[in-house]
Ligand binder design. Structure first.
Ligand code: CA
Length: 221
């Protein structure tokens, strides 16, 4: 027994998936298709997708925001976990990857509930703020280019309502955040946001070691 988070071996992870993953066939097909694509490793882990769906269901979210959609796995997990009136605004810059996403959203019957904005996400978030959408989102997932993480976080914090939840992906960055030798721009950007969030009194905080590390920040008043 230990008071420290368990080390996840491949064998134990397989057990975890065998005993808890309830991935619908369509999500599995999307995950498998994505795994064969360039940068397929950017897709979130299936247990993380299920966890995010769980959070969305738990919080009763009806309006969600995603920064970094890729081939649409997390968007589908989130949208399927919302009630039928739930809507997601999804931000990405890749026509190629989001074409895969759209195909699966159609198959799942949720394409009309996902508003895909193909533009630099900072611009999309700024236009949502300008259009008066501040404080209107229940849930936001940040999983795009790391150097803009702080910009995405600050905008998401405006866009979610008090009590709304922001989830930030890759905060453990395959361990590089704790490696003193790692000083590339992405690692430094993630480290800077992690350090800032630790003392950010605007949110209630938990860093969950699922997938590549998922920070949960709930907006206070
Ligand atoms: Ca990610």
């Amino acid at each position: 027994m230990s008071n420290h988070t368990i080390s996840m071996t491949d064998l134990l992870y397989e057990y975890l998936l065998d005993n808890s993953l309830r991935e619908p066939d369509l999500l599995r097909a999307l995950r498998e298709e994505t795994a064969g694509m360039p940068y397929g490793g950017m897709q979130i882990a299936p247990d993380q997708g299920q966890f995010m769906g769980f959070l969305v269901e738990l919080t009763g979210a009806r309006r969600a925001l995603e920064v970094g959609t890729f081939t649409g796995y997390s968007a589908l997990c989130v949208t399927l976990a919302m009630p039928p009136e739930g809507r997601l605004v999804a931000c990405d810059v890749s026509e190629t990857y989001t074409a895969v996403a759209r195909r699966y959203w159609e198959k799942a019957g949720v394409a009309d509930r996902i508003d895909l904005r193909l533009a630099p996400a900072l611009d999309t978030l700024d236009s949502l703020i300008r259009e008066g959408d501040s404080g209107s989102f229940d849930f936001a997932f940040i999983d795009a280019d790391k150097k803009n993480y702080d910009g995405y976080y600050e905008r998401a914090l405006k866009l979610v309502r008090p009590g709304g939840l922001i989830a930030v992906d890759n905060v453990l960055w395959h361990g590089a955040v704790a490696d003193r030798a790692a000083d590339d721009e992405d690692t430094e950007a993630i480290r800077a946001l992690n350090a800032k969030l630790k003392d950010d009194s605007r949110v209630t905080l938990s860093l969950v070691p699922i997938g590549d590390g998922l920070t949960l920040a709930r907006r206070r008043a």
